[in-house]
Design a protein around this ligand. Structure first.
Ligand code: PLP
Length: 470
């Protein structure tokens, strides 16, 4: 096969053109971009293509010939020769990964209790495809350009409607900013409030994904202790913070629900101190045994709460779609500042999700998933009780897509290792504690969204055997 190439040749360089051409071809052969057996362009062709003299090309080829990179064949031009050992080692070094890939390793387990996985087998893929196709078929400048800076207008209106109906939040669509996941939303908040260098409170334990962002944005992280029914208000009052991040409807990772009296006190405290509360309402669609609890934002008469919602659990993590609801006064003050930022979520995805919501598919999907996750949750708790009895205690059940298991008398690393040996992957919750020593040794974390009822039952049975049979 003959090939063409276009090196950048510098006429002002002190290196002669023929040497630049020689170095270019040699490096392409060594890194494998020009493979063994390929035919170089003829001297005439290449000279014409690069607008240089035939002598220059010939000199470069002569050098490659002399060093054994190419061979001249009668009536067949110049062929690239097999690489010698030196160049083979250079090539394989180039193919080495830059770091160890830790992302895919857990997929080798038959029963992977990975938190963050959602039900994929019952996902309405055909409908979602139709929304994408419709988006692309009707694509206009709105969809194929950068899109509205705050996010797709129709989608923001749908979200305003959704949070009003399901979370009791009354807001104008212009208070909503579409974001690319919770971390990106918090990152944005760190810039716009701004929070750099200021004290920010956070439940401890709390969501490590958000803690990482706060720390990396230079916030002075102030851990706030928890008690049986959620965040300790006395700890919060003792901390002089500019903002506090909380998960009141399903504390992450412990799972408790903040009672109404505490919510009211929390809001009063925020008003008295001029503090912003960042409410992460990440999985409230999935509450199985009680009425949905109105969000903190729904009680927020003084507009101290910045509400965060995500589509990662209720739709797909792959959409990378979330949103913030900003108090009107704050929104007015930052609106101009936002004009310097582009919208991070693809307008194509936003438009397709808008269509998905507009025709009722999203509401249908959430209802279907709630029933399904409830069955999974029931299967999980029943299997734990059947195969582990009183040797393991579930922490934080009743909602969401994960639980913690307290397996008294066993160590986390032993539990994880024994689980792996039996084909079951369970996880350490350690990273969610600011001070790892405070994380009880006997706790492991199990997500169940991505496994079927049967897989959950078999997985828990196997774990029971691995942990308790001798
Ligand atoms: C507490 C908490 N907030 C938010 C999220 C969702 O984050 P994202 O919107 O980036 O998918 C999760 C999911 O893992 C979570 O556990």
């Amino acid at each position: 096969m003959s090939l063409g190439f276009t090196p950048l040749l510098g006429t002002r360089s002190i290196t002669p053109i023929y040497m630049q051409l020689y170095h270019y071809i040699r490096s392409q052969i060594e890194n494998g971009a020009i493979a063994e057996g390929n035919r170089l362009p003829s001297i005439r062709q290449l000279a014409q293509h690069l607008s240089i003299s035939k002598n220059t090309v010939e000199s470069a080829y002569q050098q490659l010939l002399a060093e054994g990179y190419i061979q001249s064949r009668e009536r067949n031009g110049y062929l690239v020769l097999p690489l010698d050992e030196l160049s083979i080692s250079m090539k394989s070094a180039a193919a080495e990964p830059l770091f160890e890939n830790t992302e895919a390793t857990s997929r080798q387990y038959a029963y992977d209790f990975q938190y963050g996985d959602v039900e994929l087998n019952r996902f309405p893929l055909e409908t979602w495809k139709r929304c994408l196709v419709e988006t692309l078929s009707a694509a206009d400048a709105q969809v194929l350009g950068y899109g509205n800076r705050l996010g797709h207008e129709g989608l923001r209106a749908e979200i305003a409607n959704l949070v009003f109906q399901s979370r009791g939040v009354a807001c104008h669509p212009d208070q909503i900013i579409i974001s690319a996941g919770t971390q990106q939303a918090v990152s944005m908040l760190c810039q716009l409030l701004p929070l750099r260098g200021t004290a920010v409170g956070m439940e401890d334990p709390g969501y490590h994904g958000v803690r990482t962002v706060l720390i990396n944005h230079g916030c002075k992280l102030t851990p706030i202790a928890l008690e049986q029914d959620g965040i300790r208000l006395d700890s919060l009052r003792a901390a002089d913070v500019k903002a506090v991040y909380v998960t009141p409807s399903h504390q992450f990772p412990l799972g408790m629900v903040l009672p109404i009296q505490k919510r009211i006190h929390l809001l009063q405290w925020a008003e008295e101190n001029g503090t912003y509360i960042i409410e992460d309402d990440y999985d409230s669609e999935f509450r199985y045994y009680s009425q949905p609890i109105p969000s903190l934002k729904a009680l927020d008469k003084q507009e101290r709460v910045i509400y965060l919602g995500t589509f990662s659990k209720s739709f797909l993590p792959a959409a990378r779609l979330s949103y913030m609801i900003i108090p009107p006064e704050l929104m007015r003050s930052i609106h101009q500042w936002l004009q310097d930022y582009n919208q991070p979520v693809s307008p194509i995805i936003q438009q397709a999700v808008w269509l998905f919501m507009k025709n009722g598919e999203y509401a249908r999907h959430v209802r279907k998933m709630r029933r399904l996750y409830q069955m999974k949750h029931k299967a999980l708790t029943a299997a734990v009780s059947k195969h582990m009895g009183d040797k393991a205690t579930i922490i934080g059940d009743g909602s969401g897509l994960h639980i913690l298991l307290d397996v008294k008398g066993k160590s986390r690393s032993w539990l994880i290792e024994r689980g792996e040996q039996s084909g079951c992957k369970v996880y350490s919750p350690l990273k969610h504690w600011l001070y790892p020593a405070q994380c009880p040794e006997s706790l492991v974390m199990l997500g169940f969204g991505g496994l079927s009822v049967e897989e959950i039952e078999t997985g828990i049975e196997l774990l029971g055997k691995a942990w308790f049979s001798h």
